[in-house]
Design a protein around this ligand. Structure first.
Ligand SMILES: Nc1ncnc2c1ncn2[C@@H]1O[C@H](COP(=O)(O)OP(=O)(O)OP(=O)(O)O)[C@@H](O)[C@H]1O
Length: 337
């Protein structure tokens, strides 16, 4: 479905002495099979959108080759575009038409009859919770509604290969869950192949058969979420010690079963392989020293831990600041999973 070898994209920024070359994508290889849902995960500026723009023919690769649905992205760009659905991060620009007409016109551009495009458009409006908005002008819709309209436009012609660039950014949690359902159904009911970029860990985890992690323009990992997580060394054990004076003794006890131990206020934490097996004996040790706990938590590795293990940075630290409260909230959900 998608095959890429050595994809590179360089941009030139600034003038004169400020002139600089940015290697936004730096030799990406991809092989995505029919029916796969692949999550393309990475911090802001990692190269996700640039890769997607090359695969969807909006940007000509500086070097390397790619085929999408069997068509070369440079030589057969028109055929690539006809055979895919694409929902860009920026969203479409809308004319002065009503929302429903936008979707119908878009379907007709792909060769659908007006009747088919209208039928499919109404079904998508219902599934994406846009009912009642068919006659509304897009400029009078909320940000979340416009986002869902973008998605309806990207899907109206029933593409079997869909590129979604950060589809849920800016959506409230309910709209986001609803879109996740829709993405799952595209796969289960239509056998669609889906390539989606996201910087939400939980989104990649929930939806993807396989996750590709990109950092500084290079793919640094490609595997199922479970396999990626199993690369992280152990579960995180977090002990909250009741008496601050006993923190160092507790840290020494945890160090017996953990690789390295950190303390923060009354918390002592460390990674332990198969924590479930070792924690009972740790608790006995703590009891024998009369160390009481206010809480204990055992946290399975997250995709953020995977990113940290591979790159030495937390995905969240690598992110630029998020620009709205809804995003921050969603981001936090990702952390807590
Ligand atoms: N048109 C351009 N001109 C110059 N630099 C660009 C251009 N487009 C992207 N870049 C740079 O290329 C790098 C990769 O950008 P890209 O948008 O692909 O990242 P991303 O992973 O999609 O990030 P985000 O999650 O923020 O969308 C960044 O350093 C970005 O500043």
């Amino acid at each position: 479905m998608i095959h890429a070898r050595g994809l590179v994209q360089t941009f030139h920024t600034g003038r004169g002495k400020q002139k600089r070359e940015v290697r936004a994508v730096d030799g990406v290889d991809l092989d995505i099979a029919e029916g796969e849902v692949v999550g393309f995960l990475g911090p802001n500026g990692a190269g996700k959108t640039t890769t997607l723009r090359m695969l969807t023919t909006l940007l000509r690769p500086t070097a390397g080759t790619a085929t999408v649905n069997g068509y070369d992205v440079v030589r057969d760009a028109v055929m690539v575009r006809r055979s895919i659905g694409y929902v860009s991060q920026a969203g479409g620009t809308f004319s002065q038409a009503q929302a429903g007409d936008e979707v119908v016109d878009h379907g007709m551009l792909y060769g659908m009859s007006r009747a088919d495009a209208t039928r499919r458009g109404h079904a998508l409006f219902e599934q994406l919770q846009l009912d009642g908005l068919w006659e509304r002008m897009p400029k009078n819709m909320s940000g979340g509604q416009k986002r869902r309209l973008d998605i309806a436009m990207g899907l109206v012609h029933d593409p079997t290969l869909v590129f979604l660039d950060e589809p849920t950014t800016g959506l409230d949690p309910q709209a986001r869950a609803n879109l996740w359902d829709h993405i799952r159904r595209l796969r289960t009911d239509h056998g669609a192949t889906i390539f989606l970029t996201t910087h939400y860990l939980d989104e990649a985890d929930e939806l993807s058969d396989r996750i590709l992690i990109i950092d500084n323009g290079r793919i640094v990992a490609a595997d199922t979420a479970d396999n990626l997580k199993s690369r992280v060394s152990g579960d995180l054990v977090d002990l909250e010690i009741s008496n601050a004076a006993q923190v160092s003794t507790a840290a020494a006890k945890l160090a017996v079963i953990a690789g390295s131990v950190e303390t923060l206020d009354r918390h002592v934490r460390g990674r332990v392989q198969h924590a479930g097996r070792h924690v009972p004996s740790l608790l006995r040790e703590l009891t024998s020293e009369s160390i009481e706990l206010d809480s204990i938590e055992i946290i399975r590795p997250t995709l953020d831990d995977v990113f940290l293990t591979i790159t030495g940075r937390s995905l969240r630290d690598a992110e630029a600041t998020t620009d709205n409260a809804a995003e921050t909230e969603i981001e936090n959900e990702g952390v807590l999973r």
